[in-house]
Design a protein around this ligand. Sequence first.
Ligand SMILES: Cc1cc2nc3c(=O)[nH]c(=O)nc-3n(C[C@H](O)[C@H](O)[C@H](O)COP(=O)(O)OP(=O)(O)OC[C@H]3O[C@@H](n4cnc5c(N)ncnc54)[C@H](O)[C@@H]3O)c2cc1C
Length: 488
Amino acid sequence: MQESADVVIIGSGMGGATFAYGLAQRGFDVLVVERGHHLPKEPQNDSPEAVFVERRYKPDDTWYATDGTAFAPGVHYVVGGNTKVYGSSLPRLRERDFEETIYPTAVSPAWPFSYADLEPYYVQAERLYAVHGTPGPNEPWRSEPYPYPAMPHEPYVAETVRRLSEQGVHPTTTAMGVDLRPGGRCIRCGTCDGFPCRWDAKSDSEICALEPAIATGRVRLLTGAYIDRLETDASGRVERAFGTLDGEPLEVRGRVFGLAAGAANSAALLLRSDVANSSGLVGSRYMMHNNTHIAAIDPRRTNDVVFQKTACINDFYEDMGDGYPGGTLQLIGKVQASMMKTHATRAPMAMLKPMAARSMEWLVMTEDTPDSANRITLDEQGRVVVSWQRTNYDRHELLLAKARQLLRAAGYVAVFEQRFDISMNSHMCGTAAAGEDPSTSVLDRDCRSHDVDNLYVVDSAFFPSSGAQNPALTIAANALRVAEAVPA
Ligand SMILES: Cc1cc2nc3c(=O)[nH]c(=O)nc-3n(C[C@H](O)[C@H](O)[C@H](O)COP(=O)(O)OP(=O)(O)OC[C@H]3O[C@@H](n4cnc5c(N)ncnc54)[C@H](O)[C@@H]3O)c2cc1C
Protein backbone atom coordinates (compact mmCIF):
# COMPACT_ATOMS: atom_id res chain seq x y z
CA MET A 1 0.00 0.00 0.00
CA GLN A 2 1.37 3.42 -0.95
CA GLU A 3 0.07 6.74 0.34
CA SER A 4 1.26 10.30 0.03
CA ALA A 5 0.36 13.77 1.22
CA ASP A 6 1.94 17.20 1.46
CA VAL A 7 2.29 16.79 5.24
CA VAL A 8 2.36 13.35 6.86
CA ILE A 9 1.67 13.23 10.62
CA ILE A 10 2.55 10.10 12.57
CA GLY A 11 0.22 9.72 15.59
CA SER A 12 -3.19 11.24 16.33
CA GLY A 13 -2.86 12.06 20.05
CA MET A 14 -2.71 15.53 21.55
CA GLY A 15 0.26 16.65 19.46
CA GLY A 16 -0.60 14.98 16.13
CA ALA A 17 -4.33 15.77 15.99
CA THR A 18 -3.83 19.40 17.05
CA PHE A 19 -1.04 19.82 14.51
CA ALA A 20 -3.39 18.45 11.83
CA TYR A 21 -6.04 20.95 12.91
CA GLY A 22 -3.57 23.85 12.70
CA LEU A 23 -2.34 22.79 9.27
CA ALA A 24 -5.91 22.31 7.99
CA GLN A 25 -6.65 25.93 8.90
CA ARG A 26 -3.76 26.90 6.63
CA GLY A 27 -5.05 24.80 3.73
CA PHE A 28 -2.41 22.05 3.74
CA ASP A 29 -3.10 18.56 2.40
CA VAL A 30 -2.51 16.34 5.45
CA LEU A 31 -2.44 12.60 6.10
CA VAL A 32 -2.56 11.41 9.72
CA VAL A 33 -1.11 7.93 10.11
CA GLU A 34 -2.25 6.24 13.32
CA ARG A 35 -1.28 2.76 14.51
CA GLY A 36 -4.54 2.28 16.44
CA HIS A 37 -8.18 2.19 15.46
CA HIS A 38 -11.17 4.13 16.78
CA LEU A 39 -11.89 3.30 20.39
CA PRO A 40 -15.29 1.55 20.37
CA LYS A 41 -18.28 3.19 22.04
CA GLU A 42 -19.71 0.44 24.25
CA PRO A 43 -21.08 -0.16 27.75
CA GLN A 44 -17.61 -1.17 28.99
CA ASN A 45 -16.39 2.44 28.45
CA ASP A 46 -17.59 3.40 31.93
CA SER A 47 -17.04 0.09 33.72
CA PRO A 48 -14.19 0.32 36.29
CA GLU A 49 -13.76 -3.45 36.07
CA ALA A 50 -13.38 -3.40 32.28
CA VAL A 51 -11.13 -0.32 32.19
CA PHE A 52 -8.93 -0.80 35.27
CA VAL A 53 -9.08 -4.50 36.14
CA GLU A 54 -9.34 -6.09 32.67
CA ARG A 55 -7.38 -3.16 31.11
CA ARG A 56 -9.63 -3.37 28.08
CA TYR A 57 -8.22 -0.36 26.24
CA LYS A 58 -4.55 -0.94 27.00
CA PRO A 59 -2.43 -2.14 24.08
CA ASP A 60 -0.53 -5.38 24.07
CA ASP A 61 2.83 -3.63 24.37
CA THR A 62 5.69 -4.29 26.76
CA TRP A 63 8.61 -2.02 27.57
CA TYR A 64 11.62 -2.92 29.69
CA ALA A 65 13.56 -1.34 32.52
CA THR A 66 17.35 -1.52 32.30
CA ASP A 67 17.40 -4.51 34.69
CA GLY A 68 15.20 -6.41 32.21
CA THR A 69 11.96 -6.02 34.16
CA ALA A 70 9.02 -5.94 31.78
CA PHE A 71 6.22 -3.44 32.31
CA ALA A 72 3.04 -2.23 30.60
CA PRO A 73 3.55 1.46 29.78
CA GLY A 74 0.92 4.19 30.26
CA VAL A 75 0.02 4.41 26.55
CA HIS A 76 -3.13 3.92 24.49
CA TYR A 77 -2.85 3.10 20.81
CA VAL A 78 -6.15 4.41 19.50
CA VAL A 79 -7.30 7.40 17.45
CA GLY A 80 -6.83 10.28 19.90
CA GLY A 81 -3.97 8.50 21.72
CA ASN A 82 -3.79 8.96 25.47
CA THR A 83 -6.33 11.79 25.39
CA LYS A 84 -9.12 9.23 24.91
CA VAL A 85 -8.69 8.26 28.57
CA TYR A 86 -6.99 11.31 30.03
CA GLY A 87 -8.35 13.37 32.90
CA SER A 88 -8.72 16.50 30.69
CA SER A 89 -7.22 18.76 33.30
CA LEU A 90 -5.88 21.49 31.03
CA PRO A 91 -3.83 24.09 32.91
CA ARG A 92 -1.16 26.33 31.41
CA LEU A 93 2.45 26.16 32.49
CA ARG A 94 3.68 29.21 34.41
CA GLU A 95 6.02 31.89 33.03
CA ARG A 96 8.89 30.60 35.16
CA ASP A 97 8.53 27.12 33.68
CA PHE A 98 9.89 28.52 30.40
CA GLU A 99 12.96 29.95 32.17
CA GLU A 100 15.87 28.26 33.89
CA THR A 101 14.93 27.21 37.43
CA ILE A 102 17.59 26.39 39.97
CA TYR A 103 16.52 23.82 42.55
CA PRO A 104 18.63 22.80 45.57
CA THR A 105 19.79 19.58 43.86
CA ALA A 106 18.94 20.03 40.17
CA VAL A 107 18.45 22.52 37.34
CA SER A 108 15.41 22.80 35.10
CA PRO A 109 16.61 24.28 31.79
CA ALA A 110 15.01 27.17 29.89
CA TRP A 111 12.86 26.68 26.80
CA PRO A 112 13.90 28.28 23.48
CA PHE A 113 10.68 30.31 23.54
CA SER A 114 8.88 32.13 26.31
CA TYR A 115 5.46 32.00 27.91
CA ALA A 116 4.66 35.22 26.03
CA ASP A 117 5.51 33.48 22.73
CA LEU A 118 3.14 30.61 23.52
CA GLU A 119 0.37 32.65 25.14
CA PRO A 120 -1.65 33.36 21.95
CA TYR A 121 -1.62 29.65 21.19
CA TYR A 122 -2.74 28.79 24.73
CA VAL A 123 -5.75 31.02 23.98
CA GLN A 124 -6.47 29.09 20.76
CA ALA A 125 -5.93 25.71 22.43
CA GLU A 126 -8.28 26.60 25.31
CA ARG A 127 -10.98 27.46 22.76
CA LEU A 128 -10.38 24.33 20.72
CA TYR A 129 -10.48 22.10 23.81
CA ALA A 130 -13.40 24.00 25.46
CA VAL A 131 -11.55 24.72 28.69
CA HIS A 132 -13.63 25.68 31.72
CA GLY A 133 -11.81 27.67 34.40
CA THR A 134 -11.43 30.75 36.58
CA PRO A 135 -8.06 32.46 37.03
CA GLY A 136 -6.75 31.46 40.45
CA PRO A 137 -3.73 32.27 42.61
CA ASN A 138 -0.37 31.64 40.94
CA GLU A 139 -1.81 31.46 37.43
CA PRO A 140 0.13 33.26 34.70
CA TRP A 141 -1.24 36.35 32.92
CA ARG A 142 -3.68 35.71 30.08
CA SER A 143 -4.70 37.89 27.14
CA GLU A 144 -8.20 36.36 27.01
CA PRO A 145 -10.44 35.01 29.75
CA TYR A 146 -11.10 31.29 29.97
CA PRO A 147 -13.61 30.43 27.23
CA TYR A 148 -16.04 28.85 29.74
CA PRO A 149 -16.69 29.29 33.47
CA ALA A 150 -15.13 26.82 35.90
CA MET A 151 -16.95 23.64 36.87
CA PRO A 152 -18.62 24.24 40.23
CA HIS A 153 -17.61 22.14 43.22
CA GLU A 154 -20.10 19.61 44.53
CA PRO A 155 -21.01 20.02 48.25
CA TYR A 156 -18.49 17.45 49.54
CA VAL A 157 -15.66 19.13 47.61
CA ALA A 158 -16.83 22.62 48.64
CA GLU A 159 -16.70 21.58 52.31
CA THR A 160 -13.15 20.21 51.93
CA VAL A 161 -12.12 23.39 50.12
CA ARG A 162 -13.52 25.39 53.06
CA ARG A 163 -11.57 23.28 55.57
CA LEU A 164 -8.36 23.58 53.57
CA SER A 165 -8.81 27.36 53.24
CA GLU A 166 -8.91 27.51 57.04
CA GLN A 167 -5.36 26.10 56.96
CA GLY A 168 -4.21 29.22 55.11
CA VAL A 169 -4.05 27.88 51.52
CA HIS A 170 -6.10 29.12 48.58
CA PRO A 171 -7.72 26.20 46.75
CA THR A 172 -8.93 27.16 43.32
CA THR A 173 -10.80 25.56 40.44
CA THR A 174 -9.14 23.13 38.04
CA ALA A 175 -9.03 24.10 34.34
CA MET A 176 -11.08 21.31 32.75
CA GLY A 177 -11.76 20.33 29.15
CA VAL A 178 -15.29 18.95 29.19
CA ASP A 179 -18.30 19.94 27.13
CA LEU A 180 -20.38 21.77 29.72
CA ARG A 181 -21.19 24.61 27.34
CA PRO A 182 -24.88 25.54 27.08
CA GLY A 183 -26.41 22.52 25.34
CA GLY A 184 -23.11 20.63 25.76
CA ARG A 185 -22.78 16.87 25.85
CA CYS A 186 -21.30 16.37 29.33
CA ILE A 187 -23.64 14.53 31.70
CA ARG A 188 -21.26 15.11 34.64
CA CYS A 189 -20.78 11.42 35.42
CA GLY A 190 -18.30 9.74 37.74
CA THR A 191 -16.26 8.02 35.04
CA CYS A 192 -14.26 10.72 33.29
CA ASP A 193 -10.66 10.64 34.53
CA GLY A 194 -9.04 7.45 33.23
CA PHE A 195 -12.11 6.31 31.25
CA PRO A 196 -13.12 6.85 27.61
CA CYS A 197 -16.20 9.11 27.25
CA ARG A 198 -19.16 7.42 25.59
CA TRP A 199 -20.85 10.81 25.13
CA ASP A 200 -17.95 12.45 23.27
CA ALA A 201 -18.09 15.09 26.00
CA LYS A 202 -14.47 14.91 27.09
CA SER A 203 -12.22 17.31 25.22
CA ASP A 204 -10.00 14.69 23.65
CA SER A 205 -7.93 15.26 20.55
CA GLU A 206 -10.11 13.11 18.30
CA ILE A 207 -13.33 15.00 19.10
CA CYS A 208 -11.93 18.52 19.43
CA ALA A 209 -9.17 18.61 16.82
CA LEU A 210 -9.06 15.63 14.46
CA GLU A 211 -12.75 15.43 13.56
CA PRO A 212 -12.99 19.19 12.81
CA ALA A 213 -9.75 18.90 10.81
CA ILE A 214 -11.13 16.00 8.74
CA ALA A 215 -14.36 17.95 8.24
CA THR A 216 -12.40 20.60 6.30
CA GLY A 217 -11.80 17.97 3.60
CA ARG A 218 -8.07 18.65 3.73
CA VAL A 219 -7.10 16.01 6.33
CA ARG A 220 -7.26 12.25 5.90
CA LEU A 221 -6.80 9.60 8.57
CA LEU A 222 -5.24 6.17 8.07
CA THR A 223 -5.89 3.85 11.03
CA GLY A 224 -4.17 0.58 11.83
CA ALA A 225 -1.07 2.11 10.23
CA TYR A 226 2.10 1.51 12.21
CA ILE A 227 5.25 3.37 11.13
CA ASP A 228 8.54 1.81 12.13
CA ARG A 229 11.13 3.59 9.99
CA LEU A 230 11.80 6.91 8.29
CA GLU A 231 14.03 7.03 5.24
CA THR A 232 15.97 10.09 4.11
CA ASP A 233 16.99 11.02 0.55
CA ALA A 234 20.46 12.02 -0.62
CA SER A 235 19.95 15.57 0.66
CA GLY A 236 19.11 14.28 4.14
CA ARG A 237 15.40 15.12 4.04
CA VAL A 238 12.83 12.53 5.09
CA GLU A 239 11.37 11.14 1.89
CA ARG A 240 9.39 8.10 2.98
CA ALA A 241 8.00 6.39 6.06
CA PHE A 242 7.73 2.62 6.13
CA GLY A 243 5.53 0.41 8.26
CA THR A 244 2.47 -1.78 8.09
CA LEU A 245 -1.23 -1.21 7.47
CA ASP A 246 -3.14 -3.84 9.41
CA GLY A 247 -0.16 -6.13 8.94
CA GLU A 248 0.50 -5.43 5.22
CA PRO A 249 3.53 -3.36 4.05
CA LEU A 250 2.91 0.40 3.97
CA GLU A 251 4.95 3.20 2.40
CA VAL A 252 4.05 6.87 2.89
CA ARG A 253 5.61 9.78 1.01
CA GLY A 254 5.42 13.43 2.01
CA ARG A 255 7.03 16.85 1.59
CA VAL A 256 6.95 17.45 5.35
CA PHE A 257 6.75 14.93 8.20
CA GLY A 258 5.32 15.62 11.67
CA LEU A 259 6.26 13.09 14.30
CA ALA A 260 3.72 12.74 17.15
CA ALA A 261 3.86 9.11 18.28
CA GLY A 262 4.30 10.06 21.96
CA ALA A 263 7.61 10.86 23.65
CA ALA A 264 8.93 7.30 23.87
CA ASN A 265 7.65 5.97 20.54
CA SER A 266 8.79 9.07 18.64
CA ALA A 267 12.27 8.64 20.10
CA ALA A 268 12.19 4.91 19.29
CA LEU A 269 11.23 5.67 15.68
CA LEU A 270 14.03 8.22 15.28
CA LEU A 271 16.57 5.83 16.83
CA ARG A 272 15.40 2.94 14.63
CA SER A 273 15.69 5.17 11.56
CA ASP A 274 19.00 6.69 12.64
CA VAL A 275 17.86 10.21 11.73
CA ALA A 276 17.86 13.60 13.48
CA ASN A 277 20.39 12.41 16.05
CA SER A 278 23.68 14.19 15.36
CA SER A 279 23.52 15.48 18.96
CA GLY A 280 23.23 11.92 20.29
CA LEU A 281 20.37 13.20 22.44
CA VAL A 282 17.39 11.43 20.87
CA GLY A 283 15.72 9.43 23.63
CA SER A 284 17.71 11.22 26.29
CA ARG A 285 16.36 13.49 29.09
CA TYR A 286 13.22 11.43 29.44
CA MET A 287 10.91 12.89 32.09
CA MET A 288 7.48 11.88 33.42
CA HIS A 289 6.87 14.18 36.43
CA ASN A 290 7.25 13.19 40.04
CA ASN A 291 3.69 12.14 40.86
CA THR A 292 1.96 10.51 43.82
CA HIS A 293 -1.68 9.58 44.19
CA ILE A 294 -3.14 10.16 47.62
CA ALA A 295 -6.30 8.64 49.09
CA ALA A 296 -7.24 10.70 52.14
CA ILE A 297 -9.85 9.21 54.49
CA ASP A 298 -12.21 11.16 56.69
CA PRO A 299 -14.19 8.38 58.46
CA ARG A 300 -16.89 10.84 59.61
CA ARG A 301 -17.95 11.96 56.14
CA THR A 302 -19.30 9.94 53.23
CA ASN A 303 -17.92 11.22 49.97
CA ASP A 304 -20.99 11.28 47.72
CA VAL A 305 -19.32 13.27 44.95
CA VAL A 306 -19.97 12.42 41.30
CA PHE A 307 -17.42 14.63 39.51
CA GLN A 308 -14.59 15.15 41.97
CA LYS A 309 -11.90 16.73 39.79
CA THR A 310 -12.77 20.41 40.34
CA ALA A 311 -10.23 21.79 42.85
CA CYS A 312 -6.49 22.29 42.99
CA ILE A 313 -3.98 24.09 45.20
CA ASN A 314 -1.15 26.05 43.63
CA ASP A 315 0.06 27.93 46.71
CA PHE A 316 3.37 26.04 46.67
CA TYR A 317 4.00 26.21 42.93
CA GLU A 318 6.44 29.12 42.93
CA ASP A 319 7.78 28.83 46.45
CA MET A 320 7.45 26.11 49.05
CA GLY A 321 8.39 28.53 51.80
CA ASP A 322 12.13 27.91 51.37
CA GLY A 323 12.63 30.08 48.31
CA TYR A 324 12.39 27.17 45.84
CA PRO A 325 9.44 26.03 43.71
CA GLY A 326 7.20 23.12 44.68
CA GLY A 327 4.30 21.91 42.55
CA THR A 328 0.58 21.40 42.48
CA LEU A 329 -2.02 19.43 44.45
CA GLN A 330 -4.97 18.44 42.31
CA LEU A 331 -8.13 16.46 42.92
CA ILE A 332 -8.50 13.50 40.56
CA GLY A 333 -11.60 11.57 39.47
CA LYS A 334 -13.37 9.71 42.29
CA VAL A 335 -11.68 6.35 42.76
CA GLN A 336 -13.95 3.35 43.23
CA ALA A 337 -13.19 0.27 45.34
CA SER A 338 -12.47 -1.97 42.33
CA MET A 339 -9.94 0.61 41.09
CA MET A 340 -8.22 0.62 44.52
CA LYS A 341 -8.03 -3.16 44.31
CA THR A 342 -5.75 -3.00 41.26
CA HIS A 343 -3.02 -1.60 43.54
CA ALA A 344 -4.10 -2.79 46.99
CA THR A 345 -4.28 -6.33 45.65
CA ARG A 346 -4.27 -8.07 49.04
CA ALA A 347 -6.93 -5.86 50.66
CA PRO A 348 -10.40 -7.45 50.67
CA MET A 349 -13.22 -5.63 48.88
CA ALA A 350 -15.15 -5.62 52.18
CA MET A 351 -12.49 -3.25 53.46
CA LEU A 352 -11.97 -1.25 50.27
CA LYS A 353 -15.66 -0.43 49.74
CA PRO A 354 -16.18 1.56 52.96
CA MET A 355 -12.75 3.12 52.45
CA ALA A 356 -13.62 4.32 48.95
CA ALA A 357 -16.91 5.69 50.28
CA ARG A 358 -15.01 7.93 52.71
CA SER A 359 -11.93 8.84 50.71
CA MET A 360 -10.99 11.76 48.55
CA GLU A 361 -8.24 11.33 45.99
CA TRP A 362 -5.52 13.81 45.04
CA LEU A 363 -2.54 13.96 42.72
CA VAL A 364 0.65 15.53 44.09
CA MET A 365 2.76 16.69 41.14
CA THR A 366 6.25 18.19 41.13
CA GLU A 367 8.81 18.78 38.42
CA ASP A 368 11.38 16.14 37.52
CA THR A 369 14.45 17.45 35.76
CA PRO A 370 16.16 16.24 32.59
CA ASP A 371 19.11 13.94 33.07
CA SER A 372 21.03 12.34 30.20
CA ALA A 373 21.07 9.01 32.10
CA ASN A 374 17.26 8.87 31.92
CA ARG A 375 16.56 7.78 28.39
CA ILE A 376 14.74 5.65 25.86
CA THR A 377 16.89 3.15 23.99
CA LEU A 378 16.23 0.07 21.87
CA ASP A 379 17.52 -3.37 22.72
CA GLU A 380 18.85 -5.85 20.14
CA GLN A 381 15.32 -6.96 19.32
CA GLY A 382 14.23 -3.35 18.77
CA ARG A 383 12.18 -3.26 21.98
CA VAL A 384 11.80 -0.07 24.02
CA VAL A 385 14.05 0.10 27.08
CA VAL A 386 13.56 2.87 29.66
CA SER A 387 16.44 3.98 31.88
CA TRP A 388 14.84 5.92 34.68
CA GLN A 389 15.84 7.21 38.10
CA ARG A 390 13.91 9.85 40.00
CA THR A 391 15.32 13.36 39.79
CA ASN A 392 14.64 16.46 41.91
CA TYR A 393 12.73 14.17 44.26
CA ASP A 394 13.53 16.12 47.43
CA ARG A 395 11.01 18.74 46.22
CA HIS A 396 8.42 15.99 45.85
CA GLU A 397 9.02 14.70 49.39
CA LEU A 398 8.53 18.22 50.73
CA LEU A 399 5.27 18.79 48.85
CA LEU A 400 4.00 15.38 49.93
CA ALA A 401 4.72 16.28 53.53
CA LYS A 402 2.78 19.54 53.09
CA ALA A 403 -0.13 17.69 51.49
CA ARG A 404 -0.29 15.18 54.36
CA GLN A 405 -0.18 17.97 56.94
CA LEU A 406 -2.93 19.98 55.20
CA LEU A 407 -5.23 17.01 54.69
CA ARG A 408 -4.84 15.79 58.27
CA ALA A 409 -5.65 19.29 59.55
CA ALA A 410 -8.75 19.26 57.33
CA GLY A 411 -10.06 16.07 58.99
CA TYR A 412 -8.50 13.33 56.89
CA VAL A 413 -7.08 11.11 59.63
CA ALA A 414 -5.52 8.56 57.28
CA VAL A 415 -3.56 9.39 54.15
CA PHE A 416 -2.52 6.57 51.81
CA GLU A 417 0.02 7.17 49.07
CA GLN A 418 0.86 5.52 45.80
CA ARG A 419 4.08 6.88 44.35
CA PHE A 420 4.25 6.60 40.56
CA ASP A 421 6.66 3.95 39.34
CA ILE A 422 8.34 3.47 35.97
CA SER A 423 5.11 2.15 34.39
CA MET A 424 3.04 5.20 35.39
CA ASN A 425 4.53 7.37 32.69
CA SER A 426 1.44 9.01 31.25
CA HIS A 427 3.09 12.47 31.55
CA MET A 428 6.25 11.41 29.71
CA CYS A 429 8.13 14.04 27.74
CA GLY A 430 11.54 15.40 26.80
CA THR A 431 13.09 12.76 24.52
CA ALA A 432 13.77 15.15 21.61
CA ALA A 433 14.21 18.46 23.39
CA ALA A 434 13.88 21.79 21.61
CA GLY A 435 16.68 24.32 22.01
CA GLU A 436 18.85 26.87 20.24
CA ASP A 437 22.08 24.85 20.10
CA PRO A 438 22.19 21.79 17.78
CA SER A 439 24.84 20.20 19.99
CA THR A 440 22.62 20.30 23.10
CA SER A 441 19.14 19.82 21.60
CA VAL A 442 17.39 17.75 18.94
CA LEU A 443 14.90 20.34 17.66
CA ASP A 444 15.07 24.06 16.99
CA ARG A 445 12.68 26.59 18.55
CA ASP A 446 10.03 25.70 15.95
CA CYS A 447 10.36 22.00 16.86
CA ARG A 448 11.99 21.30 13.52
CA SER A 449 14.90 18.85 13.60
CA HIS A 450 18.26 20.67 13.59
CA ASP A 451 19.47 17.97 11.18
CA VAL A 452 16.49 17.26 8.90
CA ASP A 453 14.74 20.35 7.63
CA ASN A 454 11.41 18.73 6.70
CA LEU A 455 10.95 16.89 10.01
CA TYR A 456 8.99 18.35 12.96
CA VAL A 457 8.32 16.69 16.32
CA VAL A 458 5.04 17.92 17.81
CA ASP A 459 4.27 15.59 20.71
CA SER A 460 5.55 15.92 24.27
CA ALA A 461 9.06 14.87 23.19
CA PHE A 462 9.96 18.53 22.54
CA PHE A 463 9.68 19.59 26.24
CA PRO A 464 13.11 20.86 27.37
CA SER A 465 11.86 20.67 30.97
CA SER A 466 8.63 19.31 32.40
CA GLY A 467 7.22 22.06 34.66
CA ALA A 468 4.78 20.81 37.28
CA GLN A 469 1.42 21.16 35.56
CA ASN A 470 -0.39 18.61 33.39
CA PRO A 471 1.20 18.65 29.93
CA ALA A 472 -1.63 18.28 27.41
CA LEU A 473 -2.69 21.92 26.92
CA THR A 474 0.95 22.90 26.40
CA ILE A 475 1.39 20.11 23.82
CA ALA A 476 -1.71 21.39 22.00
CA ALA A 477 -0.72 25.06 22.14
CA ASN A 478 2.75 24.21 20.85
CA ALA A 479 1.34 22.10 18.01
CA LEU A 480 -0.74 25.09 16.89
CA ARG A 481 2.37 27.30 17.12
CA VAL A 482 4.46 24.87 15.06
CA ALA A 483 1.67 24.53 12.47
CA GLU A 484 2.13 28.23 11.74
CA ALA A 485 5.87 27.75 11.24
CA VAL A 486 5.64 25.03 8.57
CA PRO A 487 6.60 26.56 5.20
CA ALA A 488 3.92 26.52 2.50
C1 LIG B 1 -5.07 8.00 32.37
C2 LIG B 1 -4.41 9.27 31.88
C3 LIG B 1 -4.82 10.49 32.43
C4 LIG B 1 -4.22 11.66 31.98
N1 LIG B 1 -4.70 12.86 32.44
C5 LIG B 1 -4.20 14.02 31.96
C6 LIG B 1 -4.76 15.27 32.34
O1 LIG B 1 -5.74 15.34 33.10
N2 LIG B 1 -4.20 16.40 31.83
C7 LIG B 1 -3.12 16.35 31.00
O2 LIG B 1 -2.64 17.41 30.59
N3 LIG B 1 -2.59 15.18 30.60
C8 LIG B 1 -3.10 14.02 31.05
N4 LIG B 1 -2.59 12.83 30.62
C9 LIG B 1 -1.42 12.86 29.72
C10 LIG B 1 -1.82 13.22 28.30
O3 LIG B 1 -2.83 12.35 27.84
C11 LIG B 1 -0.57 13.14 27.43
O4 LIG B 1 0.39 14.06 27.95
C12 LIG B 1 -0.83 13.48 25.96
O5 LIG B 1 -1.86 12.72 25.42
C13 LIG B 1 0.47 13.25 25.19
O6 LIG B 1 0.25 13.65 23.85
P1 LIG B 1 1.21 13.11 22.71
O7 LIG B 1 0.76 13.68 21.43
O8 LIG B 1 2.62 13.32 23.17
O9 LIG B 1 1.00 11.50 22.73
P2 LIG B 1 -0.32 10.62 22.67
O10 LIG B 1 -1.51 11.42 23.01
O11 LIG B 1 -0.09 9.40 23.48
O12 LIG B 1 -0.43 10.21 21.13
C14 LIG B 1 0.50 9.37 20.49
C15 LIG B 1 -0.22 8.69 19.32
O13 LIG B 1 0.73 8.11 18.44
C16 LIG B 1 0.28 6.81 18.06
N5 LIG B 1 1.49 6.05 17.70
C17 LIG B 1 2.46 5.64 18.54
N6 LIG B 1 3.44 5.04 17.86
C18 LIG B 1 3.07 5.05 16.54
C19 LIG B 1 3.69 4.57 15.36
N7 LIG B 1 4.91 3.99 15.39
N8 LIG B 1 3.02 4.72 14.18
C20 LIG B 1 1.81 5.33 14.14
N9 LIG B 1 1.18 5.81 15.25
C21 LIG B 1 1.83 5.70 16.44
C22 LIG B 1 -0.45 6.30 19.27
O14 LIG B 1 -1.35 5.25 18.97
C23 LIG B 1 -1.15 7.57 19.76
O15 LIG B 1 -2.42 7.74 19.15
C24 LIG B 1 -3.17 11.63 31.03
C25 LIG B 1 -2.78 10.40 30.47
C26 LIG B 1 -3.39 9.22 30.90
C27 LIG B 1 -2.96 7.91 30.30
